[in-house]
Unconditional design. Structure first.
Length: 258
């Protein structure tokens, strides 16, 4: 299949598109594929989804939401062809919601701290330094419904400082968690590293210390009742090529053994 001569691609996306051309088993006929996709990495998945559509002719109908919310929707019987979640789909496979043998691992991202670009970066290299940074900050943004936010709240409890920091916390219920530091609504943001790297006006301070770190693993799977299982599998194949993994790594998703 040849790309239209007047199509211009970002170099990284172009490499992914070329990789896609080499994949075997793509559906011969165009299909409409229903995707339930985490909103944690939208800036890169938007780009990759567009390239997949361009090269294959398939049409992706994407619903973005927090991973845990999408998981609950799937458990409740949501209809879809393929899911890309900020959590492991293994449990959904055990429940019979995701087809056996279709689990695909895109990568993982850890929890990090971000500030507005150009602002001083506090020391967070140790547990005590991280705690000091939190106490010294006037406001701290986090994702209320996201996997990282749930972990962060649990971490504050574990460190015994949840009550002390309660007044400083600024929960976000949408996709604007990191933007809170860009606009000045928050001084620090604690969220997935990938999210921080995707916001131009934000800057990564660093990853949480290893003793506090938790990783969010991004996985996908084909619905056990998918209407377009072949096209859905083709999308997962595309998202796990070496070229696409390189793009994801640049956006904060480390490779991880499936």
């Amino acid at each position: 299949m040849k790309l239209p001569s007047r199509t211009f691609l970002h170099p990284a996306a172009g490499a992914a598109a070329l990789a896609l051309l080499l994949l075997e088993g793509l559906a011969a006929d165009a299909a409409e594929v229903r995707v339930l996709s985490t909103n944690a990495i939208t800036s890169v998945t938007n780009e990759l989804y567009a390239q997949f559509e361009l090269v294959t002719g398939h049409k992706l109908t994407v619903r973005y939401e927090f991973g845990p919310i999408l998981k609950r929707e799937i458990e409740a019987g949501a209809t879809f062809d393929v899911s890309i979640l900020s959590l492991d789909v293994d449990d959904l496979i055990k429940q019979g919601k995701i087809a056996v043998g279709t689990r695909a691992v895109l990568g993982r991202t850890g929890i990090g701290v971000g500030v507005r670009k150009g602002m001083p970066k506090p020391d967070i290299t140790t547990t005590e330094a991280f705690k000091r940074a939190l106490f010294n900050a006037k406001t701290i943004a986090y994702s209320r419904a996201g996997s990282s936010g749930l972990y962060f709240l649990g971490l504050l409890d574990r460190l015994g400082i949840a009550e002390d920091l309660k007044a400083k916390l600024k929960p976000s219920t949408g996709n604007n968690t990191v933007e809170a530091v860009v606009t000045g609504e928050a001084e620090l943001v604690v969220v997935g590293v990938a999210l921080i790297l995707m916001v131009p006006g934000a800057e990564l301070v660093g990853w949480l210390p290893s003793e506090l770190q938790s990783y969010v693993v991004f996985t996908g799977g084909v619905s056990a009742t998918a209407k377009e299982p072949e096209a859905a599998k083709a999308l997962l194949d595309f998202l796990t090529t070496a070229e696409t993994r390189a793009i994801l790594k640049a956006k904060g998703l480390e490779p991880v053994t499936p």
